[in-house]
Design a protein around this ligand. Structure first.
Ligand code: HEM
Length: 223
């Protein structure tokens, strides 16, 4: 693919990640810090017993998720990778740390998930899969395989959009298909997982189809 189209697509991703991060932080920490709009849909069975604790864990979850989204987007910059390799590495570990925090907090949130076991099971499976995929990306670069590292990072990074797809699919279910909230949310959770996987494979088979020329990177300074 043409270099300028790649650069344009990357700038769009970065802009989107930044705007979505600001929106998510504003919505969950300032506009609706009590998550009233979300908790209203929970039944007795799914309602957390300790709401203040649930909220605090949710804040940590959201902040770590936003950190993963931004640091992940920055690490797809080939410009930053070429010029500031050490920074890419540090930022990469920051991304893994953020994924770990999202996973741990999600482990607490999952048992109270709207939809009960039907959604808490896929949430927990994503927890395991996301960490495994991210660690695989790290193992690949430790083995010096840049091509596979990038492909596994794409598979990992798409999971940063899980919440966006859950709510997007849920909204379509409610407003276009007339579903009640709970069913639309369940469809959102399963749909988001499928969409994440499909998008990652699409990107890997189009944008990242060819191996990266290692020489292009190794000739650049390692700042
Ligand atoms: C990385 C981007 C993510 C963001 C911005 C995000 C954000 C949020 C937010 C704001 C909530 C509170 C409820 C809501 O408004 O949806 C939430 C709940 C939750 N998230 Fe995430 N999340 C992300 C990724 C993930 C991932 C990858 C998982 C699974 C491994 C996950 C698991 C959960 C669970 C289990 C809940 C509780 C759901 C419920 O009570 O029904 N999140 N997330």
């Amino acid at each position: 693919m043409n270099k300028s189209i790649r650069q344009l697509l990357y700038m769009l991703l970065l802009a989107f990640a930044l705007i979505y991060t600001i929106y998510t932080l504003y919505l969950n920490l300032f506009l609706d810090p009590g998550a009233a709009d979300f908790l209203i849909h929970k039944t007795e069975e799914n309602r957390p017993q300790n709401i203040p604790l649930w909220l605090n864990i949710m804040y940590i979850h959201v902040i770590a998720a936003c950190l993963a989204m931004v640091s992940g987007a920055l690490n797809f910059s080939s410009y930053l990778l070429r010029r500031y390799r050490r920074w890419h590495r540090v930022n990469g570990y920051l991304y893994i740390f953020a994924v770990l925090i999202v996973d741990l907090t999600s482990g607490y949130l999952a048992p109270y998930a709207t939809g009960s076991k039907i959604t808490s099971i896929p949430f927990n499976l994503v927890n395991i899969a996301w960490l495994w995929i991210t660690i695989t990306a790290l193992v690949q670069i430790k083995r010096g395989n840049l091509f596979r590292h990038r492909r596994w990072m794409v598979r990992s990074y798409v999971f940063c959009f899980t919440n966006m797809f859950i709510h997007g699919i849920s909204l379509i279910g409610q407003h276009l298909l007339g579903m009640e909230y709970r069913l639309s949310y369940i469809c959102g959770v399963y749909g988001a997982i499928v969409v994440n996987i499909v998008i990652a494979e699409f990107i890997n088979r189009t944008l990242f189809r060819h191996p990266v020329a290692m020489t292009r990177l190794t000739t650049e300074p390692n700042k």
